[in-house]
Design a protein around this ligand. Structure first.
Ligand SMILES: Cc1cc2nc3c(=O)[nH]c(=O)nc-3n(C[C@H](O)[C@H](O)[C@H](O)COP(=O)(O)OP(=O)(O)OC[C@H]3O[C@@H](n4cnc5c(N)ncnc54)[C@H](O)[C@@H]3O)c2cc1C
Length: 476
């Protein structure tokens, strides 16, 4: 799609959201009005990243992130509904579906007639996906019998297509393998549970599913049997990318609302924006928002390199969800008491953003993983202060605990992961900066990234003492 067409699409989305998407009304009703979803379907948003030969727009990942950011500026529940459909919901099918599966599902997914969901989390398998209990057993007729529970499924109440993960021991030669299956929720033995009540994202549907002796046809299997975990990583990369794009939208909306307020609101005989402390807080917020958007663009540009996409979307997910929560919180703070009142419209931003630090990989789990990746496969860097600070932290872990022992130091890996995430954000911001203003924003993030990488660990003996007391339950 040409740049002009994408720009026209973005203008159309902006215009539609301005006229029809009202975040507070959606939050209060706990649902997105059907006419909003059908309006977005008419604009072609449910097919943005789907192949043109099946009615999709075939947008690049980068252009798709721009659309999701634009929607999220108006409302996060809508952005989550569409983002989930385009990311987790359909990526597996696009990448590994057979021609027959494509023919059957993609046209109605692209038109928005069918909305997609992705179900992997279970009551006993959240962050630890190796603990999946949902079991799919091949029976003699080439079919699969599925039993198990899936929880917290975004779009669960709207979906006419579920992609599920299930343990398939022995299938495809993998003793403990998992596989992905395409499931029509109307299939006998699929029991959709009631809507969950949530802190935020109230317009986004979230339900559980029970699979009770559900018999799936042979063509429900997606891709190769036993390859589910590998597929999951790619699908999650797309999910995290679009989630991060939504966070940029939240951060943009929060900053815009805050700037309007601090110019208008006078205390101590002058506008809040004249207070130096407020100025410093806003300068940092603007820099973080700039780096969030640069990191999302950088990650999206790696869409054809699966390894780079996985690594960069991990950094983007953590940096952007932390950033969105921080900027939404600052918006409430600088609105003062008004920020705490729902009608002002910034409280909902924080409630909606909060879950982004939890879902699609809890941030602390991802930080430890990012640190581990850097320990084992360091990213080539420049001989500058930013890369030098991260490398120094890495070397410290390796020197203090050589070999396998380094892999057991989770707290240090977590701290290294945080340095890596900020380094990636700073690198993206520095590389993208074209104007003096952008360069200033990038420099601010770079300086904070360097300081973060050099920050000493907490006093280890004190941590050990307190941890022991907490484990024994003797801390008051
Ligand atoms: C609104 C919503 C929508 C969701 N949508 C979907 C969906 O569409 N599909 C889907 O499959 N799932 C979905 N999820 C599930 C989501 O991905 C999980 O909630 C998330 O992965 C965390 O799993 P858990 O809730 O079991 O938390 P746990 O795994 O129990 O972890 C709880 C907390 O413990 C900490 N923690 C855990 N392990 C570690 C560790 N190794 N190191 C450090 N800290 C750790 C983290 O702080 C973590 O947040 C959704 C959840 C919500 C709330």
């Amino acid at each position: 799609m040409s740049a002009d067409v994408v720009d026209a699409l973005l203008r159309g989305v902006k215009d539609f959201t301005k006229r029809h998407v009202h975040a507070l009304a959606i939050d209060e009703a706990h649902r997105i009005p059907p006419e909003v979803l059908s309006g977005f379907a008419e604009l072609g948003l449910f097919g943005l990243t789907l192949p043109p030969e099946f009615g999709g727009a075939g947008l690049t990942a980068l252009d798709a992130t721009r659309v999701i950011t634009t929607i999220a500026q108006a409302d996060r529940s809508v952005a989550t509904t569409i983002g989930l459909h385009l990311g987790l919901g359909t990526r597996g099918l696009v990448a590994w579906g057979t021609p027959a599966q494509h023919e059957r599902w993609l046209p109605s997914l692209a038109s928005g007639e069918v909305i997609a969901a992705f179900a992997t989390t279970e009551p006993g398998a959240g962050s630890d996906l190796s603990a999946l209990q949902c079991l799919a057993v091949a029976n003699g007729a080439g079919q699969f019998t599925v039993n198990g529970n899936k929880i917290y499924v975004t779009n669960g109440g709207l979906a006419s297509l579920l992609t599920i993960t299930a343990a398939t021991p022995g299938l495809g030669g993998a003793a403990r393998g998992t596989s992905l299956f395409l499931v029509d929720p109307k299939t006998k033995g699929v029991l959709r549970q009631p809507e969950e009540h949530k802190l935020g994202l109230r317009g986004s549907s979230t339900t559980a599913f029970v699979f009770d002796e559900t018999v799936l046809p042979p063509d429900a299997l997606l891709g190769e049997p036993g390859q589910g975990t590998a597929y999951l990583h790619h699908v999650l990369s797309w999910g995290r990318l679009l989630l991060s794009a939504g966070c940029v939208g939240t951060a943009t909306a929060a900053l815009e609302a805050t700037l309007l307020h601090v110019h208008a609101r006078k205390q101590f005989h002058r506008a809040l924006i004249k207070q130096e402390v407020v100025q410093q807080q806003l300068a940092r917020a603007a820099a973080i928002k700039y780096a969030m958007s640069a990191l999302v663009a950088h990650a999206a540009a790696s869409e054809d390199d699966h390894a780079a996409l996985a690594r960069l979307t991990t950094s983007a997910k953590v940096f952007c969800s932390d950033g969105a929560v921080e900027l939404a919180d600052l918006a409430i703070q600088l609105h003062g008491g008004a920020g705490y009142i729902e009608d002002t419209g910034v409280a909902v931003m924080l409630r909606d953003a909060r879950v982004t630090r939890i879902f699609e990989g809890a941030n602390d789990v991802l930080l430890t993983h990012a640190g581990l990746m850097e320990l084992t496969e360091p990213q080539p860097g420049k001989p500058d202060a930013l890369d030098g600070a991260v490398e120094q932290r890495r070397q410290k872990i390796l020197t203090e605990s050589p070999g396998v022992r380094a892999l057991n130091r989770k707290v240090e890996q977590h701290a290294l992961g945080k340095a890596v995430v900020w380094r990636d954000a700073a690198r993206a911001a520095l590389a993208q900066a074209r104007t003096p203003l952008e360069a200033a924003a990038a420099a601010l993030v770079r300086d904070e990234a360097i300081a973060l990488a050099a920050r000493p660990a907490l006093d280890a003996p004190a941590v050990t003492t307190l941890t022991a007391s907490l484990l024994e339950g003797v801390f008051p």
